[in-house]
Design a binder for this molecule. Structure first.
Ligand code: ATP
Ligand code: MG
Ligand code: MG
Ligand code: MG
Length: 339
């Protein structure tokens, strides 16, 4: 019997368009002799689009704007063997959709409510990983109301960390809303932007130098495996949205040219982080490597990483001998596995 798979794409976050690209690749790669796949695109307003609108949105890489909210069509997830929530960012990668599917009793690809929610929030992630003994940059949390009522308290936290620093919405991805802040004069604008996207904002000390950026893929549930290590190289000051999504701005190196012991340390630390955060299925764990000092700092864990055929995560497992189509098949199997 073919398994019936519901593929969710789009969604309400700033990473809506990226998700549509990822979904198009997955849709083309799930073997049709094993899976009967139905895509559903979720609009930026949260509307689950009917089939013809879904097909058009996937083709055009953009969903129609407007309409009303979710849940009546969400109930149609019933009757599927598994859901592939290929959604990035809030309202998709953060445990919300995972909660809906858990309530409905439908298996799904990737982390559950706990792993998704904790990994999406950069502050919560750092707290959990710090307690697991994993090295990271120094950070501070600020919430919107504090920024509105006692901005000087927030500015003092930035001064504590020193400049340059990074200001980020705590729950987002694709570098949306992230600023590198070089001087105190630039701080308010960066905070304003981040708080327009999230109630929680993280301030992070910048690494001592421009870091090398290395990434490890993890695959599995309670016996996860780590991929070879990949590296991203680019000219931009940091890995911002434009650099991520403009063809030719960044180059991927797999395996990353690293001393073997550093690569092994990254793989082991990525596995430790995956377990500490209670992730499942897949994750891409990103690090900063400082050649000058040999320091390896964990930056973040993405529980639904970019998933086009040219994205880092699938490329890392391709280097390990797993084709894109074998990888998506494996992810669905992991969703269906007894845990
Ligand atoms: P993704 O698309 O991988 O989910 P994201 O939006 O969650 O990314 P981060 O990975 O936290 O964002 O940061 C984006 C980029 O900003 C990093 O890849 C790096 O280039 C730069 N960066 C972020 N934080 C720091 C830091 N503390 N020190 C130096 N560079 C940083
Ligand atoms: Mg991220
Ligand atoms: Mg992400
Ligand atoms: Mg990142």
């Amino acid at each position: 019997m073919k398994k019936r798979i519901l593929l969710l794409a789009g969604g309400q976050s700033g990473e809506h368009e990226v998700s549509l690209l990822s979904a198009r690749s997955v849709l083309g790669a799930l073997p049709r002799d094993q899976f009967d796949v139905t895509p559903v695109v979720i609009s930026k307003q949260g509307r689950w689009l009917p089939p013809t609108e879904t097909v058009r949105a996937l083709e055009q890489g953009a969903a129609p704007v407007g309409g009303d909210l979710v849940l009546h069509r969400a109930a149609s997830a019933e009757g599927y063997d598994a859901v592939f929530p290929l959604l990035h960012g809030p309202m998709g990668e953060d445990g919300t959709v995972q909660g809906l599917l858990t309530l409905a009793g439908i298996p799904f690809v990737g982390s559950g409510v706990l792993g998704s929610a904790v990994s999406m929030d950069k502050v919560m992630t750092k707290q959990v990983l710090a307690s697991a003994g994993i090295a990271q940059v120094a950070w501070r949390l600020a919430v919107r109301r504090e920024w509105q009522q006692t901005p000087d308290a927030v500015r003092a936290r930035a001064a504590d960390l020193g400049y340059p620093l990074f200001v980020k919405p705590a729950n987002l991805g694709s570098s949306v809303g992230i600023s590198k802040v070089g001087t105190p004069a630039e701080l308010d604008g960066a905070l304003q932007l981040a708080f327009s996207l999230d109630r929680r904002v993280i301030l992070e000390a910048m690494t001592a130098h421009k870091p090398r950026e290395i990434e490890v893929g993890i695959l599995g549930n309670d016996a996860p495996i780590a991929s070879p290590v990949g590296e991203l190289r680019f000219e931009a000051e940091f890995y911002d949205y434009e650099t991520k999504y403009t063809e030719g701005r960044a180059a991927m190196h797999i395996p990353a040219p690293l001393p073997p012991e550093v690569a092994e340390q990254a793989r082991q630390t990525a596995l430790t982080a995956f377990r500490a955060l209670d992730c499942a299925g897949l994750a891409r764990v990103d690090f900063f490597y400082l050649e000058q000092t040999g320091e390896l700092l964990l930056n973040e864990v993405n529980t639904m990483p970019g998933f086009t055929t040219t994205s880092m995560y699938p490329k890392l497992f391709e280097a390990a001998g797993l084709s894109y189509s074998e990888l998506v098949t494996r992810l669905v199997q992991l969703a269906l596995e007894e845990r």
